[in-house]
Design a protein around this ligand. Sequence first.
Ligand code: NDP
Length: 343
Amino acid sequence: MTQPQHGSLQWGLIGASTIAAEHMIGAIRATGGVVAHVVSGNPAHAATYAQAHGIAGHGSDLGAMLADPAIGAVYISSTNDKHRAQALAAIAASKHVLCEKPLALTLADAEGMVEAAEAAGVVFATNHHLRNAGSHLTIRELIRAGRIGRVLSMRVHHAVMLPPHLQGWRINDPAAGGGVIPDITVHDADTVRFHLDEDPEEIVAMAAASGLGEGVEDSVMSVWSMPSGVQVFAHESFTHAFAGSGIEVHGTEGSIFARGVMTQRPLGEITLVTAAGAEVVPFPAHNLYVRGIEQFLAAVAGKGRPAADGWDGLRSLAVALTVRAAALTGTRQRVVSSPVSGA
Ligand code: NDP
């Protein structure tokens, strides 16, 4: 296994994507990492992308990049259908892997990726950025500190307007992994799991195409039952220009209202309401993606674990797939997180 020095890790990008351009290249560099190479299915796109972002190596030959011993880790941000094969190739080449969500299109594929990484002894992380947000870390602390007593319910509202430059495969290509459920519900699943430290048991849901989706859902509402008895309501959409986002956690002794926190940037506000009144709770405003990479680097150095590891990615995918199954069948569905054991 490649063992790079903390801070000097050389990264290969798999997928010349928007998320890498807008957030991850900068985040890698902010941690002292080097973005050494970008691989795209389209060599001309790789060349243009490399030039635009100051990346020395580029091309469409994944095998050649993975054969370079100087590259210690890869960041996979291709369309969702490609993650599995690319991750397995990187793992086989003993590279550490930071993979975008959803890990794969099926649970069995995701499980194969996570198990392959474990067998190879490489770090495998899922880029669920929200659990790195100062807002969500603070909400989690408020819950843990008992500030709202016993948690009764959560509401997640994550209905946004998909920006025009992202209105490609997400809204019209089921084969590429399009749809709001693999795109946003999967993040909300990870966030709820992060706050409650448990996985949903059963789910009911209804999905819709409300203006953007062509062959995939662009909106979904679902209700999840948690083993502790907590009820979760989640609403995700690509078509809501003015709804804003947020998360509410309601308990026997208080409620947490977090507005504008289901976002890629360190934004929003948290209000804690108890019998004593309403209190605005401050939170750290660090870059979410930088923190995710810092955690990844710590794991690579053997000093911690990724913020969201492969099993987190698998379990959040299991929730998203169950939401979709519940919506498609119109029936209550049990969440199964292991296709092998059925657990
Ligand atoms: P993009 O549509 O920007 O990129 C996906 C792929 O499309 C690229 O990897 C590239 O293919 C191809 N592509 C994009 N632009 C061009 C172009 N101009 N010419 C030719 N091909 C092009 O996707 P996103 O960046 O929005 O999403 C990528 C992944 O990241 C997805 O898995 C998504 O779920 C995830 N994501 C995660 C976020 C997070 O916060 N964790 C936020 C946004 C996305 P090729 O692979 O061949 O280079």
